[in-house]
Design a protein around this ligand. Structure first.
Ligand code: ADP
Ligand code: MG
Length: 226
């Protein structure tokens, strides 16, 4: 436990640094992309090269976007967040991707109004990342469960369950490390970013995985005002 907490402390600093660098790189990348579009308009030859450059720039932008979520929101942005409506919003966001992949989202919320304290966008990103992974874990479709229920000790737990083939034991200690991915187009940043945000929000994370699927449990302290 000692080692673990020291490790995550180190990552907090690294995460913030990464977010800062990502932010700085974004502007020049945007400029490069703009001029590339101009060149593409003027040149009819070399189309294939332009397209490769363009899609690689898109990929850089995607990585930067993920890293920028690690930037510390200013304290003022921590506000009371209605977890129920936040989850509803995230589910709406992900609905079309689920549908396209033949995935049915089943929710069970054991409350209607539960308030936690945090940054709305960061919290959304946490659930988006886990739901995305759950969808990607079920290429043949299936049921994605989202449960939320209060816990003893003024905590709330949200569990995201998929029917994928689970996280193989031999990579369990590698997932969540920067850029570790088993996907052809993965960034390997989702779990890292989510875990970092949960930690900043004084939450807890538990991963259960077997050959029949994976469940991610996320716990947050309740706001003292309910
Ligand atoms: P990415 O999704 O870009 O690969 P993540 O950090 O979100 O990056 O996930 C890292 C790796 O963890 C994935 O590539 C995958 O191997 C594994 N993983 C994460 N979530 C699941 C899941 N629900 N089921 C199976 N494997 C998972
Ligand atoms: Mg992911």
């Amino acid at each position: 436990i000692n080692n673990l907490s020291r490790l995550s402390e180190k990552q907090a600093t690294a995460g913030q640094l990464a977010a800062g660098i990502a932010h700085e790189i974004r502007n020049p990348i945007t400029a490069i992309k703009g001029f590339l579009q101009l060149l593409m308009g003027e040149n009819t030859g070399n189309r294939i090269y332009f397209e490769i450059i363009n899609s690689e720039i898109d990929r850089i932008e995607e990585i930067l976007k993920e890293l920028m979520v690690l930037a510390k929101p200013t304290k003022q942005k921590y506000e009371r967040v209605n977890l129920h409506s936040l989850l509803e919003q995230v589910i709406t966001l992900m609905a079309s991707q689920a549908l396209l992949n033949n995935i049915q989202i089943e929710t069970q919320f054991d409350f209607t109004n539960t308030w936690i304290i945090g940054d709305n966008n960061q919290l959304k990103q946490v659930f988006i990342n886990y739901i995305k992974n759950a969808i990607e874990a079920m290429p043949e479709g299936g049921i994605l469960g989202i449960n939320a229920s209060p816990l003893v000790g003024d905590q709330v737990r949200v569990s995201i369950t998929d029917q994928g083939s689970g996280i193989p034991e031999d990579i369990l200690n590698q997932i969540g490390q920067p850029f570790f991915t088993t996907k052809e187009n993965g960034t390997g940043l989702g779990l890292l970013v989510s875990r970092q945000i949960i930690k900043e929000h004084k939450g807890d994370l538990l991963i259960e995985s077997s050959r029949n699927g994976t469940t991610i449990h996320v716990e947050f302290p309740l706001s003292s005002e309910q």
